[in-house]
Ligand binder design. Structure first.
Ligand code: PLP
Length: 397
């Protein structure tokens, strides 16, 4: 017997640097650890539990579906999958959905689709994907290569060929990178999430559409972090001047049940015919039952309107707090994805906030990224701002 089995923490791969707390329960915007301490969640499990922890309608849908049919594979139709596919199609600019289990898988599917489409319409050399510096698209080999941050690629070489990166919002660089023979797709997040909550300008997004149209390439929006209501509309592209050809979703789509989806227009998705791509668990009935309950709430309540209002309130409070805070470079975001960028690293900030009872994310040491659930209360936002003010005064003194 391996001696590690007596020490559970030592049995898990050390791929994450975790905070040393053990969360045992969640409800709404609150979480509790095994010692009974309560926390307010400003992460939503990294943009996942947008309707709050253990959202009652999602819990009910999962319970009911788990007692009826857990899994059957994609050899057959199931009602929950059909409901989610038709709802996503009805409310987007796309026509068909491929289901998978995570964000990286959704981007991987989009990359495969773009290559198939490129090969079929413009020949075998048409496989290159243009993505952005600072982007994040997942942790598989293809998606770390698409990701415009060398830190995620180091040590995993050789990386698959066919990816080229241009600076964010640099139209000239995009036009120079575009190649009539080789460029199969342009892949962007409408607002870079993990990279630091950096929105793409309308002018740049218009350029991505124009370049893709000119070449006959596919425009892919990775909405895994900023889609599904996070910015105040069901899809983030709805607040931009362009429509993508392909959309990648995951995270908040099922409020915590693992799911991913790649949506595309019919004239593109038709290049992924039977046998060309697959996932055993993709579109699993229980995950889709959860997603159905999520979409019902996004579409049948005023929750997305609330995201806009609460987002504006959170941003206003962050701007007020930071206007005389010399260490702050910028406050930015849309809806309920907001960030404070500091001039110099704040390695202790997330642990300090945790100690005070708030879950938060600090990316690259420099950027406090706030992703509260949509059901967050104004009082909870106020409490968070007061706590951050305490940190600010500690830094100033
Ligand atoms: C924009 C974006 N794309 C892709 C991914 C990868 O998703 P997953 O971790 O579910 O594979 C993430 C995860 O943070 C993301 O933010």
């Amino acid at each position: 017997m391996n001696s590690n089995t007596s020490k559970p923490f030592d049995c898990v791969a050390e791929t994450y640097s975790r905070f040393d707390i053990n969360i045992v329960r969640g409800q709404g915007a609150r979480l509790w650890d095994d010692k009974g301490r309560q926390y307010i969640d400003f992460t939503s499990g990294i943009a996942v539990c947008s309707l709050g922890h253990c959202n009652p309608k999602v819990v009910e849908a999962v319970r009911e579906q788990a007692g009826q049919l857990f899994h059957i594979s994609n050899l057959y139709w199931t009602e929950p999958q059909l409901k989610v596919a038709s709802t996503l199609v009805e409310h987007s600019c796309t026509d068909r959905v491929f289901f998978c289990n995570s964000g990286a898988e959704a981007v991987e599917a989009a990359i495969k689709l773009a290559r198939r489409h490129g090969h079929a319409t413009r020949g075998p050399d048409c496989y290159e994907i243009i993505t952005l510096e600072g982007s994040f698209h997942g942790r598989t080999l293809a998606t770390i290569t698409a990701t415009g941050q060398p830190v995620y690629q180091r040590g995993f070489e050789p990386l698959p060929p066919g990816f080229t990166h241009v600076p964010l919002n640099d139209t000239r660089a995009l036009e120079l990178a575009a190649n009539r023979r080789r460029t199969a797709a342009i892949l962007v997040e409408p607002i870079q999430g993990e990279g630091g909550v950096r929105p793409l300008s309308d002018a740049f997004l218009e350029a991505t559409r124009a370049v893709a149209d000119d070449l006959g390439a596919v425009l892919i929006f990775d909405e895994i972090q900023v889609g599904m209501g996070r910015t105040g509309t069901l899809f983030a592209y709805e607040q931009t001047p362009v429509e993508p050809d392909v959309i990648c979703l995951a995270k908040a789509l099922a409020n915590g049940m693992p799911i991913g989806a790649m949506l595309a227009k019919e004239e593109i998705m038709k290049y992924l015919g039977p046998g060309s791509h697959a996932s055993t668990f993709g579109g699993n009935p229980v995950a889709c039952a959860a997603a159905g309950a999520v979409l019902d709430q996004f579409l049948q309540t005023d929750i997305l309107q609330q995201v806009k209002q609460k987002g504006e309130y959170l941003k206003k409070r962050l701007v007020e707090l930071t206007q005389d805070w010399r260490e702050v470079r910028e406050v930015r975001g849309r809806g309920l994805i907001q960030a404070i960028e500091f001039h110099s690293p704040k390695p202790d900030l997330a642990s300090w906030l945790l100690e005070k009872g708030f879950l938060s994310i600090v990316s690259h040491g420099l950027i406090l990224r706030l992703l509260p659930p949509f059901i967050i209360g104004r009082e909870e936002i106020d409490q968070f701002i007061e706590t951050l003010a305490e940190y600010k005064h500690g830094q100033d003194s």
